[in-house]
Design a protein around this ligand. Structure first.
Ligand code: HDE
Length: 722
């Protein structure tokens, strides 16, 4: 974050030396695309200094023509993304499950490229939209590229690919006015949701805090569909892919998300880029849930149904290796924008299941890339190329980059010496799993696909109380944005089938009542599912909860990469500031000094302290915690700027850790922060007039590691202004 981290690689000296060079063949010279050196890039060619510009100016024409075509169509979904490079290394002992080389050879470091994305917004939308996050990884393995094109939520909205265009049309901005951008809170989305109850389980996830993450380094990744692993002996097992973040899962509040979108719409991409730029990494453990083929039907849901998950308490995740991101992109367009993922890019040892959502995807990704990347040769773009050798008889097409020699482009051949040849038996190569198939040709799905409420209910039941409250708040907000009362009615009715208490609270917030029945009002256009698709079949009664579904259970004891604001001005108690800084940075946190103005401030001992952000450029929502050191003059100057009071009030309201020592306590007193929570001490509020920073730093660190003190929400709403 701070300016002081900016690197100077001697660039200025390099530029000066190159400019002084007189060699025309120099690499630094500006040329046309034909290599012609240009000696004036400031003036177009004219008939006289004040005369008309000449069409003959080939440099002008080439430059503008290229510029005119610099944009390509954005992705129809997942348009806004950010990515980084890294590697994957597996643990020992996975051979019983799969023969995939990158999962069985612990000595290999397989290069990876991971692109995160939001789904609904355009390329220029804001990072903190309430949305699913795409989690797409290219593994450049020795046996070919394997793409794991997943999301941060383990289930999907729909069960069959044929409904995908409808669903996306419903969630995207409404076509008559292109409103709203990157938001599900509108009529067409809830119209569709309320008529297609299979969407309800995923809706619960999207209304949870998972949809507004604190950092992309703190989200999970899932393959969603059931896949297969095949081992060397040819044995197949069903698997579900999981990626678990080393830092645990953490989110911001909805109020913060709204404000971050204004203060820093690039909050997530900046966080990822800065972390890696400063030498940090982002890490996940990759694991699978494994189901033996004989157990395919033992669950009360269908393994092929992508709206269902396997609770980890039923089938634990077996960890297979670690994925690390450690290198930023050099060029956003060439890498992040041009990367082309495809769930059908497999390697030997991994195969598909018959999930009806997956099948549609296998067709869609190539199809969309033909348009987006301009033709069939997008696999030749550097970011998409495999790192292992690649030979086939595909030829020509737009943007062909390879000069293929030789007379034969067919197989079998003798003219080209028979090359490229198919792999012989025992030489490896991809062989599809020989699954036995039988069945009538139908448009339909298995009976278990029709329970839309039980897992939605399990998800809600498994959340902590603050998480449940956030979901209720999210649904009240979203439905409050829906204009057509009939849609809200249908939603309230369906939500009551998931959890009556939840639906009642949402209805109360909306000033409405949960309808007892909406028979006949659903008007579902369900085709062949008529009679089976029932909106009134409630969730199965169950007390089973899945602790793995609650983010509250993933808190890790670390403050690594957390951003801590220090409010200070001239005269700040230097000893306290330095002691706190040392304590926090030694645990891996990042400190930013925020002062009434930029530049430097003078400490109480005369030292010069660099200011990272002037108050004008800082917002509390961009930090995880705040510390206010003493120093009478410093705190007086802070108190003179109303933004400091707002800063700490917001920190309190968003349940973040707050510490103040010496006169710094006066700032807390001047705010609306209550110093106790109805008599009980607030563990994330460390206000110590008498003691110094050293005495409270350990408790402060502990409070930051907890991420938030959600208990405070009970008091914050009443006590702190927005
Ligand atoms: Fe995608 N999806 N999707 N999707 N998807 C695309 O491919 C599609 C689905 C996912 O960072 C598109 O190259 C269909 C599930 C990610 O470049 C497109 C269906 C999951 C990304 C497409 C689905 C995903 C995409 C748009 C239903 C989680 C971003 C641009 C059958 C497992 C990849 C592109 C990136 C992108 C189609 C459903 C994840 C249009 C038809 C389920 C992470 O081809």
């Amino acid at each position: 974050m701070p300016n002081k981290n900016r690197k100077n690689n001697g660039t200025t000296a390099k530029i000066e030396a190159l400019a002084a060079s007189t060699s025309i063949a120099d690499d630094s010279r500006l040329t046309t695309n034909q290599g012609l050196v240009i000696n004036d890039d400031n003036n177009s060619l004219k008939a006289g200094e004040r005369g008309p510009t000449l069409l003959e100016d080939f440099h002008l024409r080439e430059k503008i023509t290229h510029f005119d075509h610099e944009r390509i169509p954005e992705r129809v979904v997942h348009a806004r993304g950010v990515a980084a490079h890294g590697f994957f290394q597996c643990y020992k002992g996975n051979d019983d499950l799969t023969k995939a080389g990158f999962l069985t050879d612990p000595s290999r470091q397989t290069p990876v490229f991971l692109r995160f994305s939001t789904v609904a917004g355009s390329r220029g939308s804001a990072d903190l939209a309430r949305d699913v996050r795409g989690f797409a990884i290219k593994f450049y393995t020795d046996e070919g590229v394997f793409d794991m094109v997943g999301n941060n939520i383990p289930v999907f909205f729909i069960q069959d690919a044929v409904k995908f265009p409808d669903f996306i049309h419903a969630v995207k901005p409404e076509p008559n006015n292109e409103i709203p951008q990157a938001a599900s809170a509108h009529d067409t989305f809830y119209d569709f949701i309320s008529l297609a109850p299979e969407t309800l389980h995923m809706l619960m996830w999207v209304m949870s805090d998972r949809a507004i993450p604190r950092s992309l380094r703190m989200i999970e990744g899932f393959g969603i569909h059931t896949f297969r692993f095949i081992n060397e002996a040819g044995k197949s097992r069903f698997v579900k892919f999981h990626f678990k973040p080393a830092l645990g899962m953490h989110s911001v509040t909805w109020d913060e998300a709204l404000k971050i979108n204004g203060a820093d719409p690039d909050f997530h991409r900046r966080d990822l880029f800065d972390t890696i730029d400063q030498g940090g990494v982002a890490e996940w453990e990759f694991g699978v849930q494994v189901v033996e083929e004989k157990d395919e039907h033992k669950f009360d849901f269908d393994l092929l149904d992508p709206t269902k998950l396997i609770p980890e308490e039923m089938v634990p995740v077996r960890m297979l290796g670690k994925l690390t991101l450690n290198r930023n992109t050099d060029n956003y367009f060439a890498e992040t924008e041009q990367v082309a993922f495809h769930p059908g890019h497999l390697v030997p040892g991994i195969d598909f299941s018959n999930d009806p959502l997956l099948a549609g995807r296998l067709f869609s990704y190539t199809d969309t890339q033909l348009t987006r990347l301009g033709g069939p040769n997008f696999a030749q773009i550097p970011i998409n190329r495999p790192t292992c050798p690649m030979h086939n008889n595909q030829r020509d097409g737009h943007m062909q980059q390879v000069i293929n020699p030789g007379a034969s482009a067919y197989q079998p051949n003798t003219v080209g010496g028979g090359c490229p040849m198919q792999a012989k038996e025992n030489m490896g190569g991809f062989v599809s799993y020989a699954e036995k198939m039988s069945g009538a040709k139908v448009r339909g799905k298995s009976e278990k696909f029709f329970d839309h409420f039980s897992q939605a209910s399990l998800f809600f039941r498994s959340q902590s109380e603050p998480e449940q409250n956030h979901m209720i708040g999210a649904l009240t907000f979203e439905l409050g944005m829906v204009k057509r009362a009939a849609i809200v009615d249908r939603m309230l009715f369906l939500l009551s089938k998931i959890d009556t208490g939840m639906a009642n609270k949402i209805a109360e917030g909306l000033g409405m009542k949960v309808p007892k029945s909406i028979e006949g009002r659903l008007n579902m256009d369900v085709g062949a599912d008529a009679g089976k698709e029932t909106e009134t079949k409630p969730a199965k009664k169950s007390d089973f909860v899945s602790p793995a579904l609650s983010m509250a259970n993933t808190v890790k004891d670390t403050i690594k990469t957390r951003k801590i604001a220090v409010l200070a001005a001239d005269g700040v108690d230097e000893a306290s500031l330095n002691a706190m800084k040392k304590a926090l940075t030694s645990e891996g946190a990042l400190i930013a000094v925020i002062a009434p103005r930029g530049g430097t401030i003078k400490g109480s001992n005369g030292g010069e302290i660099m200011v990272d952000h002037a108050l004008l450029n800082a917002a509390s929502v961009l930090f995880d915690a705040v510390y206010v050191p003493g120093g009478a003059k410093s705190v007086e100057a802070l108190l003179a700027n109303a933004k400091t009071i707002h800063f700490v009030n917001e920190m309190y309201k968003h349940c973040k850790a707050i510490a103040a020592t010496g006169e710094g306590v006066n700032l807390i007193r001047a705010s609306s922060i209550p110093t106790d929570q109805n008599g009980s001490a607030d563990p994330a509020l460390l206000v110590e007039e008498k003691s110094d920073a050293k005495k409270i730093s350990a408790k402060f660190i502990q409070a930051i590691a907890q991420h938030r003190n959600w208990e405070r929400e009970k008091f914050a709403a009443a006590n702190t202004p927005a």
